[in-house]
Design a protein. Structure first.
Length: 227
């Protein structure tokens, strides 16, 4: 058997486990608002809804608790975590600091390969924005920023952002529900890319900070109104 034939045996993308599938479904359901903040998560009901065992549900809930999407209450069990403005403000502060540095470094060194990946993510973002598809918008936005962080060598920073991604995505879905946000948000991200495309670190960082600040302003108004 040749080396080429042996290479063909390699599994590049392992199939998702049942736990991973259930985790993804639950995460998306919480982020998308199918389960509302403060809603109890009953194991038996979730088992029936997802068609999985109680042990899988318990693993999923533990993982979602670590992501900040679920919280455990004494005598009540798991509920969908509530997100107030004070927590959201800290998340936006972290985003502004990490993302502005990452886009600046990406703009400084981005080559055509990186720019092509970013264009692809932006095309997906535009397509999903036209169809008003929040899940697609979230996926394309995540791909866009992951490319930026990895291109700039900010792997540890991306790990931090990934740990916050569930709560970041909840905030994104919330702000997307406001008038014109599915248009203004992608337009602001386009400005970030335009600065990266011309290898302008300062402009990229400024565009990034402006984008995060605009989202934070919308979130503050919505969360304060909800309290």
């Amino acid at each position: 058997m040749t080396a080429e034939n042996l290479a063909a045996l390699r599994i590049e993308t392992p199939p998702a486990t049942l736990r991973e599938i259930a985790l993804d479904r639950m995460r998306r359901a919480i982020i998308g608002g199918l389960f509302e903040p403060g809603q109890r998560l009953v194991e038996r009901t979730l088992c029936d809804q997802l068609g999985v065992s109680r042990s899988v549900i318990r693993e999923v809930i533990r993982h979602l608790e670590a992501e900040g999407l679920v919280e455990m209450l004494a005598k009540q069990g798991p509920i969908v975590a509530r997100l107030g403005w004070d927590d959201a403000r800290q998340i936006y502060d972290i985003r502004a600091a990490l993302e502005s540095t990452a886009v600046s470094d990406c703009a400084r060194i981005a080559d055509e390969t990186v720019k092509a990946k970013l264009r692809k993510a932006l095309d997906e973002l535009d397509r999903n924005s036209r169809h008003n598809s929040p899940p697609g918008i979230l996926d394309a936005t995540t791909d866009f920023y992951q490319t930026i962080f990895e291109a700039g060598g900010h792997n540890i920073a991306w790990d931090i952002v990934s740990r916050l991604n569930g709560r970041i995505s909840r905030l994104r879905v919330m702000t997307l529900s406001t008038e014109n946000r599915t248009t203004s948000g992608p337009a602001q991200i386009r400005r970030i890319f335009a600065a990266i495309e011309r290898n302008d670190p300062e402009a990229a960082a400024e565009a990034c900070r402006a984008h995060v600040a605009a989202a934070a302003k919308i979130a503050e108004a919505l969360l304060n109104k909800a309290e």
